[in-house]
Design a protein around this ligand. Structure first.
Ligand code: FMN
Length: 185
């Protein structure tokens, strides 16, 4: 049977983003029968409803990549106790025009890394709140909260913390099982 195709979206544009590093780590922690490609939010302009029906090329690309994937995996930083604007902005674009959301019915999982002690927990809950209206089907457990991120990655951006690696591995296994259970591939 074909692989479960997961699209990983880092919620940060920063070159040395811990959240991108976490998704790169996830690429090496996949269960058999799954693949994980990344989509970068770089180049997505601020949302403008006037362009809903003729969105910019990067948004067209994002929607196509989401639609081609069996499941989505977000890795979000926490900015001021919520998700970064660039991530919410991309979610808004790909949800429109009304009735043509690329997120509709997609299995989804969330993880996040922050330099704070709560590992992006508050951002993740705001993101999960959006899933309700977007009608995305979220994996609940495990919660992957990579706190004090600077200590969990090495200088090369590799996730070295074994507890975090184990949680990411489990989350991926759950996402693949959930996607299969929902018959989404
Ligand atoms: C505008 C801004 C707001 C932030 N707010 C929070 C916050 O509320 N909680 C937190 O744990 N870290 C916060 N941080 C620190 C981030 O955890 C840190 O910058 C992290 O490295 C961002 O993720 P990234 O490495 O993937 O870019 C904030 C950083 C910025 C730039």
């Amino acid at each position: 049977m074909a692989d479960v195709k997961i699209l990983g979206i880092p919620g940060s544009l920063r070159q040395a983003s811990f959240n991108r590093f976490a998704l790169r780590a996830a690429q090496s922690l996949l269960p058999p029968g799954a693949s994980l490609d990344l989509f970068e939010l770089e180049g997505i302009p601020p949302y403008n409803q006037d362009h809903d029906k003729q969105p910019p090329a990067r948004v067209v690309e994002l929607k196509a990549r989401v639609r081609a994937a069996d499941a989505v995996l977000f890795s979000t930083p926490e900015y001021n106790y919520s998700m970064p604007g660039v991530l919410k902005n991309a979610i808004d674009w790909a949800s429109r025009p009304y009735g043509d959301s690329a997120w509709q019915g997609k299995p989804v999982a969330v993880m996040g890394a922050s330099v704070g002690m709560l590992g992006s927990a508050r951002a993740q809950y705001h993101l999960r709140q959006c899933f309700v209206f977007l009608n995305m089907h979220a994996v609940n457990q495990p919660e992957v909260l990579i706190a004090n991120a600077a200590q969990r990655f090495n200088d090369k951006g590799e996730l070295t913390d074994e507890t975090s690696r184990d949680l990411v591995r489990k989350l991926l296994a759950e996402l693949v099982a959930w996607t299969t259970r929902l018959g989404k591939r």
